[in-house]
Design a protein around this ligand. Structure first.
Ligand code: PLP
Ligand code: ZN
Length: 505
């Protein structure tokens, strides 16, 4: 819709206003010592104390002056605009990057992923009403695109301002999806931005490996697990002139907040009785989701904070373990050594965003009248079983989506989730990225460490049909003709009909 066709009172708000007090609005704030820094420089950690940073809007109070109901209309009308910069995560421009001009925004189709209600069979199985929000339907097939769109838009912005030279090498360590996303977005900004990704050898799926290769990134594989890759990338970013794209980069967090904003908008801004369930790896995403809901709450856009459940596999559960201790004073963070997990993108023993999680969980719970953030752990077996069951009922969930669904069931059993709650379950990537695990399940070929044995009812495999009494069958380049072909079609369809137990018409 054209701007002149919007209601008059909405027109001044539909396109974000970048002319008023631009500049010093956004700042990095250190979660350790509290020092603040301007955002003209790309910082990852506090130069003073080394702690991680979050980005704050020093002028956030101006957003509170707009009533919540007006914000609803602004976002709902803005959805009708045909300006591509505002079609993705920057629909929430004022909250995600109020200083980023529209012509610096990189939009590749990320965000606004579908929210799909589970069918009645699956809801009955799980015991409660729920929806999948399928972030596998992002351009590189995971939620990481939300954060990359933000980080790369910021990089375009500081290049355009001349804060950095227009020759950027973006690097990241990855459990697979960060590199796929980083390489995709960087390739769009060629020739100004090039990318290099560092992966743990044999610890990403073939599909995930094919993605940065296809986007033309420099791909390096090293021995070890993600935590080892992260250390190498940190060493590189400290000593060399590179732009780090891991979620240590606070711009990633800002972009991923869009996940919360979309949920709010998709449920008409009514977050009462809602539960959002998501997997935790490096803990960037749960940081973003808490931060996003808090911002909408503080501005009156939502009137209640939804419950949030962070889930980890028993094979990579440092955050879960930290919160096992009920007394906040006694909690002590201890990194864990990870074991093989089908939730491979979350196989992280020492999450970079742990200080952010601790900081935000505190605020989130104290802003609510009761505890609203919970952590659960689930078994590898449950992750696979629930993923496969979900996909047999119309979804395209990845293993992490299965993990989130397993957490829904466990959370309900533990009474963290109540009967009338409605859950929004995050499938963080597309099922196809992790189809190798499905194959291992169907073939019963999981190495022992996974502790997964297939449930017979969920196994599926192709049946090869080749009628024994046929002398000739077609082959590529050697089609059958005449009677031979007729007989081939007849006999093959007969055998398929037998296998399916079909009745004749
Ligand atoms: C990165 C990733 C996660 C973990 O998210 P964090 O922000 O690292 O906690 C979960 N699922 C998928 C598919 C991912 O790519
Ligand atoms: Zn500091």
């Amino acid at each position: 819709m054209k701007i002149e066709n919007f209601p008059e009172d909405i027109q001044p708000y539909v396109i974000p206003d970048l002319t008023s007090d631009e500049g010093e609005r956004l700042i990095y704030r250190c979660l350790g010592c509290g020092l603040e820094y301007g955002i003209e420089k790309l910082l990852y950690t506090c130069p003073e104390c080394g702690q991680v940073l979050l980005i704050y809007d020093a002028n956030f109070d101006r957003l509170k002056k707009i009533p919540g109901e007006l914000w609803h209309r602004i976002f709902d009308y803005r959805k009708m605009l045909k300006i591509s910069a505002l079609k993705g995560i920057y629909l929430y421009h004022e909250f995600i990057g109020p200083i980023i001009p529209l012509d610096s925004i990189v939009y590749l189709g990320e965000g606004h992923t579908p929210v799909i209600e589970a069918n009645s069979f699956l809801q009955k199985k799980a015991g409660i009403r729920f929806y999948f929000k399928n972030d596998g339907q992002n351009p590189s097939a995971s939620f990481k695109d939300r954060g990359m769109a933000s980080a790369l838009s910021y990089i375009q912005f500081i290049i355009s301002k001349g804060y950095i030279s227009s020759d950027v090498l973006a690097i990241c360590a990855s459990t697979g999806d960060t590199s796929a996303s980083a390489a995709l977005y960087a390739s769009y900004l060629k020739p100004h931005v090039k990318s290099a990704v560092i992966l743990p050898h044999k610890k990403v799926t073939p599909q995930q490996l094919s993605q940065p290769l296809g986007s033309g990134a420099s791909v390096f594989e090293i021995p070890g697990v993600f935590d080892d890759c992260m250390k190498v990338v940190e060493a590189l970013s400290e000593k060399y002139n590179v732009a780090l794209l891991n979620s240590k980069n606070a711009w990633r967090i800002l972009g991923q907040e869009s996940y919360s904003y979309e949920i709010a908008q998709d449920f008409e801004y009514d977050m009462s009785d809602k539960v959002v369930i998501l997997p935790i790896g490096n803990a960037g995403n749960i940081t973003a989701v808490m931060s996003g809901f808090l911002k909408f709450y503080e501005t009156g856009i939502i009137k209640t904070l939804p419950k949030i459940i962070g889930v980890q596999s028993k094979h990579a559960n440092p955050v879960y373990k930290y919160y096992l201790e009920p007394d906040a004073e006694k909690r002590k963070f201890v990194p864990v050594t990870v074991m093989p997990s089908v939730a491979q993108a979350a196989m992280i023993g020492n999450p970079v965003s742990m200080p952010r999680v601790i900081h935000l969980v505190d605020i989130y719970n104290s802003m609510s009248d009761k505890q609203k953030v919970f952590f659960v752990e689930v078994s590898e077996q449950d992750i696979m079983d629930w993923e496969l069951l979900a996909n047999r009922n119309g979804h395209i969930a990845c293993t992490h989506g299965g993990e989130s669904l397993a957490a829904l069931v466990s959370g309900y059993e533990q009474k963290i989730i109540e009967k009338n709650d409605v859950a929004i379950v995050d499938s963080t990537a597309h099922a196809l990225k992790f189809s190798g695990f499905q194959e291992m399940y169907f073939e019963n070929s999981f190495p022992e460490e996974f502790e997964i044995s297939p449930n017979r009812d969920l196994i599926n495999s192709p049946v090869f049909i080749r009628p024994k009494d046929l002398e000739k069958v077609p082959a590529p380049g050697k089609p059958l003709t005449g009677e031979d072909f007729k007989r081939f079609v007849e006999r093959t369809s007969e055998e398929i009909a037998n296998a399916l137990d079909l009745k004749k018409v």
